[in-house]
Design a protein. Structure first.
Length: 131
């Protein structure tokens, strides 16, 4: 989205997730705006690929069958009662190709999907709780 670099996670092996993690420090809430983590993402189409973003105990999952060719902004509200505390942030792409029992991965692999992440920031937003 901005700059010359972004994170790219390619799910190109069955049942082998790829991920990236970092730590975000919760900013102090403002009177009418709570802390937020923002990021932009794009997704390529792929059957049976799950894309996820997790922040602390908040988990967001995106399952796509059609590509998102433009960057989409996502906001995750952070706990306003934890200013200054670190929270783990994790982005993951996983190709879920299992046999009928769900216990064994298929040996063959049909498609791959890519999860692009950019502009990860923390700040405040009026749509997030301030207390």
């Amino acid at each position: 989205k901005s700059g010359t670099r972004y994170l790219s996670l390619a799910a190109n092996r069955a049942c082998a997730p790829v991920s990236a993690s970092t730590v975000a420090t919760v900013p102090p809430a403002q009177p009418a705006a709570g802390p937020v983590l923002r990021f932009h993402y794009r997704l390529t189409a792929a059957a049976n690929v799950t894309y996820s973003a997790s922040v602390g105990s908040v988990y967001r999952t995106y399952t796509v069958n059609t590509p998102a060719n433009t960057w989409v902004e996502e906001k995750v509200c952070l706990p306003p009662d934890r200013p200054g505390q670190p929270l783990p942030v994790r982005f993951e792409a996983r190709h879920n190709q299992f046999t009928g029992s769900g216990l064994t991965c298929y040996a063959s692999f049909v498609s791959s999907g890519t999860y692009f992440i950019d502009d990860v920031t923390v700040g405040t937003d009026p749509s997030c709780p301030a207390q």
